[in-house]
Ligand binder design. Sequence first.
Ligand SMILES: Cc1cc2nc3c(=O)[nH]c(=O)nc-3n(C[C@H](O)[C@H](O)[C@H](O)COP(=O)(O)OP(=O)(O)OC[C@H]3O[C@@H](n4cnc5c(N)ncnc54)[C@H](O)[C@@H]3O)c2cc1C
Length: 438
Amino acid sequence: MPIRYKYAEEKGEYIDSYYSRTLYNPGKFPTLTDDINAKVCVIGGGMAGVATLHSLVEKGEKAVLIEANRIGWGASGRNGGFVSPGYSQGAGDIVKRVGECHARELLSLTTDAMGIINRRIGNQGKKLKDNIPGLLDVSWFDEPGTVEKNVEFLNDLMSVNYEFWPKEKIRDYYHSDHYYDAFLKPNGFQLHSLNYTIHSAREAEKGGARVFENSPALNISKTTNGWKILTENGSVTVDELVICCSAYIGSLNFKLSTATLPVATYVMLTEPIGDRLKDAIKGKWGVSDNRFSSNYYRTFDDTSLFWGGRVSMFRPAGKKLEQIMKNDLFGVYPQLRGVRAAVAWGGLMGYPVHKMPQIGQLEPGFWYAQGFGGSGMTSTIAGGEVISNAIVYGDERYKLFEPYGLDYAGKPFGPIVAQTAYWLFQLQDTYKEWRLNG
Ligand SMILES: Cc1cc2nc3c(=O)[nH]c(=O)nc-3n(C[C@H](O)[C@H](O)[C@H](O)COP(=O)(O)OP(=O)(O)OC[C@H]3O[C@@H](n4cnc5c(N)ncnc54)[C@H](O)[C@@H]3O)c2cc1C
């Protein structure tokens, strides 16, 4: 059955965004026009699919990848670019759910992923990664002692070296009255996620993989030894397949499609701000705050500001979206009033109810990796690693994700329930702010 995309105008080419405007390698991968065979086919060319392909190639398995649009066309080529370990579900909640030992193993997959991304970036430098290391998590709430305690907890649980910053220090660099204590993740960094995803796909191709764009999987059928995947103009017959289609999966597989909710989130790039930027922001670190619907941002050398935030099931676009994002920015930094947007865009994240990645097999040889939510930069890489290790070496670490199954996310009513939940969470944040900050 053909896949229907709600936003037909987005299908095929990259949307207008900071990423597509600064794409360094616009060359296309071919469209699949033959009937081919391979041991493994990955469906979906976002960070999860490309990481799986690249990991397979690094282990000697020359797999095939088919992408419906362009490599990195989905969330992976539109996101905030903040790379740090962890999952959408908080570390404390993971411990509560699976116990400390299991949680440590799950989290270590994402700290390992940081090293994998850096290794794959190699000498590509600034094209893929901003040179300033470190990401800041800032508290929106005046809760003395809470951030410090959390830093101690995370440092012990994840073997990281996060650094506590008191309110005075963060306000020296970021002049917002909304900010209280903070912590720095010294190894976190800012990635050009579209250039990175394409680079990783090209490296996999150099290693012998075959990558096809504008080749949506339309149908999957079982064969005697595996699977046959039909595209518009060709097919791939394989022993094993890996579905990594996230929120853009459409109707390709009912079980996978109904296990996550597509949640929209947004980014705006401002025009260069000039000297006025220093009235608000002096630090070069990427920043995010700890509200449910938080803002995250980073600055570029030309003084433009990359400003992200909001989650919703409704999807504003164009000038309306620019205005919404500017209002958010001026709420945090009123001194930047009047700054103009260069472009604003949105993307869909796949969110499971339990906020943890869904990684496993529907049946032997039919793999999936999805549901990375808003924390996918390292967890997608971790997903690619455990699945490729399972396929090539029979490694069973992918089973660490077994407690987080394909729970039904409530489609088609889920979006309404989810939107109501977001509003309630936002109200909770407002109440907490009123109670603690006065
Ligand atoms: C605006 C925004 C900001 C974010 N910021 C951050 C951040 O700062 N840090 C962080 O860690 N995470 C962030 N995230 C989350 C992160 O981007 C995602 O978790 C991650 O990119 C998910 O990768 P993916 O490969 O699973 O999905 P996607 O990147 O969405 O890729 C899925 C791909 O599957 C393809 N596809 C779908 N159906 C088919 C089919 N039938 N055949 C072939 N291909 C198909 C789609 O075309 C798409 O390219 C953000 C997300 C958004 C949207």
